[in-house]
Design a protein around this ligand. Structure first.
Ligand SMILES: [Zn+2]
Length: 118
């Protein structure tokens, strides 16, 4: 569904102008994210879950959260974020170096989205 200007304004205000996922202030070019993905079929413009294309299924999102979440469920998105520490420890020399020098402290906590805390 294409949101009207009023619906977009209401969605922007849903979490006081913050991304529902990370909590950062929304930039000018913020995204309207489907909480439960509709999964677009780019090759023919259809989607696999048109029944999810409702106003209640939208969250305001910063572009980076929306791009990483993509067409994943909330739980899959949470798992991806939680796995970033593993990939940083495996793949990033800079990350490992900064950690060795005490610049980075890891925490074993569950990923909580901003909208779950507010
Ligand atoms: Zn975000």
């Amino acid at each position: 569904m294409k949101l009207t200007k009023q619906q977009r304004q209401a969605l922007h205000a849903k979490y006081d102008g913050r991304c529902a996922y990370c909590g950062d202030l929304l930039p000018d070019r913020w995204h309207a994210d489907h909480i439960e993905p509709i999964v677009r079929n780019w090759w023919n413009g259809t989607c696999e879950h048109p029944e999810r294309n409702t106003l209640e299924n939208f969250n305001p999102s910063c572009p980076s959260c929306n791009i990483i979440k993509s067409s994943q469920s909330l739980e899959a998105f949470r798992k991806v974020i939680g796995g970033f520490i593993t990939s940083l420890n495996r793949d990033s020399t800079q990350y490992k170096f900064a950690k060795r020098y005490g610049l980075i402290m890891e925490q074993e906590i569950e990923v909580k989205f901003y909208f779950e805390k507010h």
